[in-house]
Design a protein around this ligand. Structure first.
Ligand code: LMR
Length: 332
């Protein structure tokens, strides 16, 4: 399969690599970096299942979880070259090619998971920045939807109830300038790193901490090498569900519709399960007993928030869009 993936054309057609598929039909290789039992992993499987059940035998989906085919360093390149046809990277992974997507990395953009759907609906200013992103379109990346993981928590070996507790600690970040500034305002150091490397880096002390929703922490066993988690709900991990546009355009119209419908169904399913999967992961961490979870009081959370909002938001207004940032600030 690996050989096939490396030799594939942007069309992802099975058989002799002929453009547009032909008798053998079409295959969507869908690569991602998390485990199958996370909000993204479950949505990817649901997408594959719906395609399998409703799109006929001309289209199939192969899901490759856990960075096993491509990881953070090379998956976006693989999508653009057509080595894979589908991805759902977290917004921060697009920073280099579509910096405006950092809007989703703005700290405290959401107060709770219930706020997410209304802030990022396709017809909102933030939604348009994602769904109609010109940089992605220019690179032949078509946006199908936005999936949630949920809100991020802080983990490290030190207890963290105020920003100054992070002083001198080094946090792994996704490659986003907004995230770097967020941690700098909390007086911490940062190292950008691929998701697949985080567990080892924590275990070996290359980094002191990281930020992620509970499902990502638990499924990577990060809690087994972190003594403290601060439930800060300070930021969002959301996934831009994307498809190689050349491949999509090569599909017969009825298969395009089928992909759109399967994608919509996977997005609905994702929103149904994401919060539950994070709650379950939190319970697993609590039961394991080696990590102390501290839920911030409203006042404590406010101190973290005041250190970064509006400062970091305004700092990135030129990248994200002044109008968009002004509108988001006005909505608060
Ligand atoms: C991370 O790199 O921490 C996350 O974006 C991983 C993921 O895909 O949820």
């Amino acid at each position: 399969l690996l050989t096939l993936a490396l030799g594939a054309t942007a069309c992802g057609a099975r058989g002799a690599g002929a453009d547009g598929g032909g008798e053998d039909g079409y295959t969507i290789k869908f690569s991602h970096v998390v485990t199958p039992d996370t909000p993204k992993g479950q949505a990817a499987e649901r997408f594959a299942k719906v395609v399998d059940e409703t799109c006929g035998d001309q289209l199939s989906v192969e899901v490759y979880p856990n960075s096993e085919l491509y990881g953070d360093e090379d998956e976006l390149q693989a999508l653009q070259s057509g080595a894979v046809q589908m991805l759902a990277p977290a917004s921060a992974k697009f920073t280099t090619i579509a910096p405006q997507l950092q809007v989703l990395d703005l700290p405290f953009l959401f107060d709770s998971v219930e706020d997410i759907p209304k802030v990022v609906a396709p017809d909102t200013a933030a939604g348009k920045a994602i769904y109609e992103n010109p940089e992605l379109a220019k690179r032949g990346i078509k946006v199908l939807g936005l999936w949630d993981n949920g809100l991020k928590q802080l983990s490290s070996d030190d207890a963290m109830t105020q920003p100054s507790d992070l002083r001198g600690l080094r946090f792994r970040i996704q490659p986003s300038d907004v995230l770097r500034s967020q941690f700098e305002e909390w007086s911490a150091e940062t190292t950008p790193m691929a998701f697949a490397e985080v567990y080892n880096a924590l275990q070996q002390g290359v980094i002191d901490g990281q930020e992620n929703p509970y499902s990502n922490i638990e499924s990577q066993n990060m809690h087994t090498v972190q003594k403290h988690i601060t439930e800060s709900d300070h930021g969002y991990i959301g996934y831009v569900h994307t498809i190689n546009k050349e491949f999509y355009d090569s599909l017969p119209a009825e298969l395009q519709t089928c992909v759109d419908d399967a994608s919509a169904e996977a997005a609905t399913y994702n929103r149904e399960v994401a919060a539950k999967l994070n709650d379950e992961a939190k319970q697993v961490i609590e039961k394991a007993g080696g990590t102390e979870i501290t839920e911030l009081t409203d006042e404590q959370r406010q101190v973290f928030e005041d250190a970064v909002v509006p400062k970091v938001w305004k700092q990135y207004a030129d990248v994200i869009g002044q109008d968009l940032v002004d509108e988001l600030l006005a909505q608060r």
